[in-house]
Write a new protein. Structure first.
Length: 240
């Protein structure tokens, strides 16, 4: 067997390189997984005759999140960065109003399609770089303050902005590789354990069959503790 180059070393130290030069590796990874094609095939959204396909808008938001942009209005700088647009394969980065309209028009059915695509990609990559036999799930909730009259927002426990409307979503991450496993949006007045058991049922349903339930552990704070939760986990042979 012929021997070729096996080790690659990337460096981004030159002064003339784009500030977002590292996104080239992310774009290569997305191309390898054929993310754009999968979005076009499995996520059926309407672009209402716009200049961007829904898959392009989804990728634009994905790249912005990876680069650490927490607000859509901060992405305006990417509209004038030709090197970045070429690296990630976008003809032009959408302006913030286009991204806002896209998010506003997202139908719950489209969101569920994105979730199924995400779950299928995670299942495909799950055994890499090595097959796993145990899982540790970190389950937690967070308060997200909103300003306005967003649907489903309620006044509830909000330690930083008391009296403000908020959401109280619940998340689950797999600890070993920090993989997002499942999430659920709840109104701000929901308690920490509200809907926790149905939420964990969904998490367990996504576990590959070769992993024994006795090899699954959940880590949660005291807000989730209770007899119903303990009975549920014992019935599933999982631990807390």
């Amino acid at each position: 067997m012929s021997k070729g180059l096996r080790n690659f070393q990337f460096s981004f130290e030159e002064s003339h390189i784009s500030h977002y030069g590292g996104m080239w590796l992310i774009q290569r990874f997305c191309n390898k997984l054929q993310i754009r094609r999968l979005l076009q095939r499995y996520v059926k959204g309407s672009n209402r005759g716009g200049r961007y396909h829904p898959s392009e808008l989804t990728l634009a938001l994905l790249f912005a999140i990876i680069m650490g942009f927490r607000r859509i209005n901060r992405t305006a700088i990417l509209q004038y960065n030709g090197a970045f647009q070429q690296m990630v394969g976008l003809r032009r980065f959408p302006d913030q109003s286009t991204l806002r309209r896209f998010l506003k028009r997202l139908h719950p059915k489209t969101i569920r399609q994105m979730v199924r695509l995400h779950d299928s990609l995670r299942a495909y990559l799950f055994a890499l770089p090595r097959k796993r036999t145990t899982l540790v799930f970190d389950v937690d909730s967070v308060v997200i303050t909103v300003y306005g009259k967003q649907e489903g927002a309620r006044v509830g426990y909000n330690p930083k902005k008391r009296g403000r409307r908020s959401y109280h979503p619940i998340f689950c991450f797999e600890s070993h590789f920090h993989e997002f496993w499942h999430g659920s949006l709840r109104p701000g007045d929901a308690g920490a354990s509200t809907g926790a058991i149905p939420f964990l049922k969904v998490c367990l349903a996504k576990v590959p069959q070769h992993i024994a339930r006795s090899r699954i552990r959940f880590r949660m704070d005291s807000g989730f503790y209770g007899q119903r939760m303990l009975r549920f986990l014992e019935g599933k042979a999982a631990s807390m």
